[in-house]
Design a protein. Structure first.
Length: 234
């Protein structure tokens, strides 16, 4: 099929895995997302995934705890999500490897870029756990970093909103969604797409980001087929 992305990096927020429960893991939601990922797997798309941890923990909202320690907990949360995704993807029939930025070799492979690329070439889904492996960063930044390292064509940022709006659609009923927008325009209009570290990595390395909603998990399929959904930042 022409116009289909060949190698993508999917960024899933932790929250996306919690379903209506808002925290923790909702089994049914995880399976729904994974069965959509299986559809693009069957098309031969090379799939890397970075998953957040916000459904369990966010370092920056951890009260008076030392930030570095709080972020260590946050990174461990991403590993729980990575393992849950790996399990559901395997049940759906995908070949999967989890690689973590902090070594925990009894649980997952350590992150090795060339090895990750080799897995992708062999049509294995690669899930990157532990974000960047460093405190004070986000999993959005990890997504930008890994996308650059593995030469992903695009970051598919699956969120709870269906794109980037000119104002907050929850507050303004007349808010308008952009179909495409440039990195410079996002900056000039101070729109919230991702944190600045992640954003500037994408901009500097010319990695387009498609922001779309996971409310319908088949949007992942539409995104890979380059159908007109969400907002493309490029
Ligand atoms: N985190 C970190 N370094 C990273 C990525 C994540 O320290 O490179 C920690 C941080 O505490 C963060 C938590 O992991 O709050 C969960 O990640 P994030 O908030 O990005 O998850 P999401 O909001 O996407 O669910």
């Amino acid at each position: 099929m022409k116009n289909m992305y060949k190698r993508v990096l999917i960024k899933l927020s932790g929250e996306a895995l919690a379903g209506d429960k808002k925290t923790g893991l909702d089994n049914e939601t995880v399976h729904k997302i994974c069965s959509s990922i299986k559809k693009i797997y069957d098309l031969g798309t090379e799939i890397a995934i970075v998953v957040g941890g916000g459904n369990f923990w966010r370092g920056r909202s951890s009260g008076d705890m030392d930030r570095t320690r709080a972020d260590h907990i946050g990174m461990l949360a991403t590993v729980m999500n990575s393992l849950a995704l790996a399990d559901a993807l395997e049940q759906a029939g995908c070949d999967v490897r989890v690689q973590t930025a902090i070594a925990m070799q009894q649980v997952a492979e350590p992150y090795i870029r060339n090895r990750a690329v080799r897995h992708l070439q062999k049509n294995r889904v690669v899930i990157f756990g532990c974000g960047t492996g460093n405190p004070f960063f986000s999993t959005d930044t990890a997504a930008a970093l890994r996308a650059a390292e593995i030469d992903a064509q695009i970051i598919l940022k699956a969120t709870m909103v269906d794109g980037v709006y000119d104002s907050d659609p929850h507050k303004n009923p007349n808010a308008v969604r952009y179909q495409t927008i440039s990195f410079d325009e996002v900056l000039a209009k101070q729109l919230a797409v991702m944190d600045m570290t992640a954003f500037s990595m994408c901009r500097d390395n010319k990695i387009p980001v498609l922001v779309f909603s996971l409310e319908d998990p088949d949007n992942i399929l539409r995104a890979v087929k380059q159908e007109n959904i969400g907002t493309l930042v490029k």
